[in-house]
Design a protein around this ligand. Structure first.
Ligand SMILES: [Zn+2]
Length: 384
């Protein structure tokens, strides 16, 4: 089983997304699912703690400070899991699919028992990190073994012996990024995303007939409340990126609005770490999103796609944003075409477009799945 995917599904992000969708009226009666996701999320967090300084409440190291809280949670969790029922009324823990449910309860209980035992022996340990004793390291090791010999996941005894010898000498273990478990160093890194989705080869080969008429579709496309909320959430991220980029303190104040009451931002805002975008930033992002959504996917692969979109968006938003007397005064003695207002709009638009195009490129890349990745247990080489 791919643990990575399971932990992504049973996460607080998913439960937040469900609350968000229910508030928009897209989903109904999500509470039991939310409860299940949160229980599983906390249980995974306790068993997958790799740092003493985590910000999420159940991802802290097991120490005298957290022991009682964890013990209470585990008792509650056990009660919850043992009360779960299938559609036909049969308890999950008595059904043929009980292994995972009983397993996680016992893993949690054993984790506490192990802590008690170690404390009794008095080794002077101040805290324990559960990630360090998980089987991830073993899985990562075998992932490395499989990666030898051209990602061969069914090695013969001889092949295994050779790769094992090789690993003994050269012991830097780095498994496949598609393996069940990721080594710790890979967790914080984001995957490599191509910088540009502009494919120059395609540009030369393909001759698309020019559209001479006006595109009326662009004008009337309207984003749903769901898309609007998500765009505002992304706008917060854009505001944060832009603030880090610029050095003018006056301009920075126009990017953030702490009174913003977006539902999604409030749900996702743990430890008050998120930036709340101002109306102007949000407006630019919404217009950009509309332009990107109304563009054809093929257009995204053309040359200068960022510039083309940028000109369209800027001409639409230019007259209706950053219209305050403070900013007018601030830019009054700056150059007409390179004043701070102009630069601010440019940075926001390009940041948002780049972000979205990278996302689109990433999605496209995922769609072209290799035959070996799809039939991982059937095919090792294409000619087999
Ligand atoms: Zn400025």
């Amino acid at each position: 089983m791919n643990v990575k995917l399971a932990t992504q599904v049973f996460s607080s992000s998913v439960s937040n997304a469900l609350i968000f969708c229910e508030s928009l009226g897209i989903f109904q009666n999500t509470n039991p699912t939310i409860e299940f996701c949160l229980f599983m999320n906390n249980a995974f967090d306790i068993l997958n703690c790799s740092t003493k300084f985590s910000k999420s409440p159940y991802n802290l190291a097991l120490s005298p400070n957290t022991y009682i809280k964890y013990k209470q949670f585990i008792e509650l969790f056990e009660e919850y899991v043992f009360s779960l029922k299938l559609v036909d009324g049969l308890n999950v823990v008595n059904s043929p699919r009980k292994t995972g449910f009983v397993g996680i309860v016992w893993a949690l209980k054993n984790w506490l028992n192990m802590y008690d035992l170690i404390k009794e022996k008095d080794y002077g340990l101040k805290y324990i990190l559960s990630y360090k004793i998980s089987q991830d390291h073993l899985e990562t090791f075998f992932s490395t073994v499989r990666s030898k010999g051209g990602y061969n996941n069914n090695p013969s005894a001889k092949e295994f012996k050779t790769s094992y010898k090789k690993l003994l000498v050269h012991h830097h273990v780095s498994g496949s990024q598609y393996g069940n478990c990721l080594p710790e160093s890979m967790l914080s890194k984001s995957y490599n995303i191509p910088d540009s989705i502009v494919n120059e080869k395609e540009e030369q080969l393909e001759i698309v007939p020019q559209n001479q008429d006006h595109d009326y579709f662009n004008v009337c496309i309207k984003a749903s409340p769901y898309v609007e909320n998500v765009t505002e959430y992304i706008a917060g991220f854009v505001a944060r990126k832009v603030i880090r980029k610029i050095n003018c303190e006056i301009c920075k104040t126009f990017l953030i609005d702490n009174d913003n009451s977006n539902v999604l931002i409030q749900l996702k805002n743990r430890n008050d770490a998120l930036y709340k975008p101002s109306k102007d930033v949000n407006f630019i992002c919404c217009v950009s999103e509309r332009w990107i959504r109304s563009s054809n996917l093929k257009e995204m692969y053309k040359k200068n796609v960022i510039n083309k979109l940028y000109i369209k968006i800027k001409s639409e938003v230019y007259n209706s944003i950053f219209r305050s007397s403070i900013l007018d005064e601030h830019v009054s003695n700056q150059n007409l075409f390179t004043n701070h207002r102009d630069q601010l709009i440019t940075i926001i638009i390009t940041t948002f477009i780049t972000l979205r195009l990278r996302h689109i490129a990433n999605q496209q890349q995922k769609e072209t799945m290799g035959v070996r990745k799809k039939f991982t247990k059937l095919i090792l080489f294409r000619n087999e």
